[in-house]
Ligand binder design. Structure first.
Ligand code: 13P
Ligand code: SF4
Length: 349
């Protein structure tokens, strides 16, 4: 059993030895013990961009979740290898849209709306879903460019299908002026719409998926803060429900949240509705501001947290011994179509 100190020392030594041949991107939701070694930190958009730009690294050890590592594999060159320190680091939201369900759903959606629907997918989805969307002229979106991408989509088609996060889809469309009664939830399990009214008027079809972390921020949490600390600003991620976003003061992507807090005046008070590691990091980085989690029990992303120092060290030590373990490989055909969807997004970001 190695001490924390010893593990830190070993990771440092391997990083030094590999130099530019090794690149470690780290998502903002990663643990401090991991993020301290990141060569680039960011939200999912930024990490996709830096992975696409980095052509020097032979190994990209991705500290984030599976769909992000897939995206990195799609956007890097064929001779670059993308590694996920723990293969169990998935995403429950991405799992809510399988390619089988999507193909089946698409048939019904097309039968209902004809050719008037453009599919868009949140990057929090498998490479197969990105490919499905890319093949049909659609694009990926992240929480930091969702408005731009939905606007772009409505220039192509009359309607959009938004996978797999109903909340980001609903919040984004609502901000762009689409009324709630023109949004229908599509339930892939029952293959039916959850909608009362004339489907003809529907503009946005929301896949019934959600983030199990951001779902934990509730209207009750907001009401409690408002009652107990009325001078607190409430700042949440758009993966939170419409009701929560509606009652908050600000909503935006991970990067937006960080910027908001950084630019906030000394002494200001913030209740933040996003993943626990990021909230804790903000608390530590801004002792001059009062920052709390909007949900007092904090909300960790269990799969993000699977990437820890022991897993990072183990993967790096294997690399150092010439063993590439946990490589993420997206097959060529899937990668080609998924890349179309990603490129349409990157062009607009
Ligand atoms: P962003 O990094 O785009 O803010 O998304 C948050 C998230 O849930 C990542 O899994
Ligand atoms: Fe998936 Fe939510 Fe975790 Fe992001 S925070 S990886 S969307 S479960």
């Amino acid at each position: 059993e190695l001490s924390h100190q010893e593990m830190v020392k070993r990771v440092r030594a391997i990083k030094q030895k590999f130099g530019k041949k090794l690149f470690i991107p780290g998502h903002h939701y990663q643990k401090d013990e991991v993020i301290q070694f990141a060569d680039a930190t960011g939200d999912s958009l930024k990490l996709a961009q830096v992975s696409a730009e980095n052509t020097l690294a032979e190994y990209v050890v991705f500290c984030g979740v599976h769909f992000m590592a897939e995206t990195a594999d799609i956007l890097t060159n064929d001779n670059q290898k993308v590694i996920l320190p723990d293969m169990r680091a998935g995403c429950s939201m991405a799992d809510m849209a399988t390619i089988k369900q999507t193909e089946k759903s698409w048939k019904v959606i097309q039968a209902t709306f004809g050719d008037s629907v453009l599919p868009l997918t949140y990057v929090n989805s498998t490479a197969a879903i990105k490919a499905f969307v890319g093949e049909r002229g659609g694009a990926t979106v992240t929480s930091s460019n969702a408005k731009e991408m939905v606007t772009w989509a409505f220039k192509q088609k009359e309607r959009i299908l938004f996978l797999p996060d109903q909340h980001l889809g609903r919040n984004t469309a609502y901000d762009l002026g689409v009324p709630l009664n023109q949004m229908a939830v599509w339930n892939p399990n029952t293959t039916s719409f959850e909608y009362e009214g004339d489907l003809e008027q529907v503009k946005v079809i929301l896949w019934k998926g959600h983030c199990s972390v951001h779902e934990n921020f509730t209207v009750a949490n907001v009401e409690k803060i408002r009652a107990e600390k009325p001078d607190m600003n409430i700042l949440v991620h758009p993966e939170c429900s419409r009701e929560v976003v509606d009652q908050s003061d600000y909503a935006g992507s991970t990067t937006y949240i960080i910027d908001r807090i950084e630019q906030a005046p000394k002494g200001s008070k913030w209740a933040v509705g996003t993943e626990m590691n990021l909230v804790n990091r903000l608390i530590k980085a801004h002792p001059d501001k009062e920052i709390v989690s909007l949900n007092p029990f904090m909300c960790p992303c269990l799969t993000m947290n699977r990437i820890d120092l022991p897993h990072l060290l183990y993967t790096l030590e294997q690399l150092d011994n010439g063993n590439v373990i946990n490589q993420i490989i997206v097959d060529q055909q899937t990668a080609d179509f998924a890349k179309l969807a990603l490129q349409r997004m990157l062009e607009h970001s």
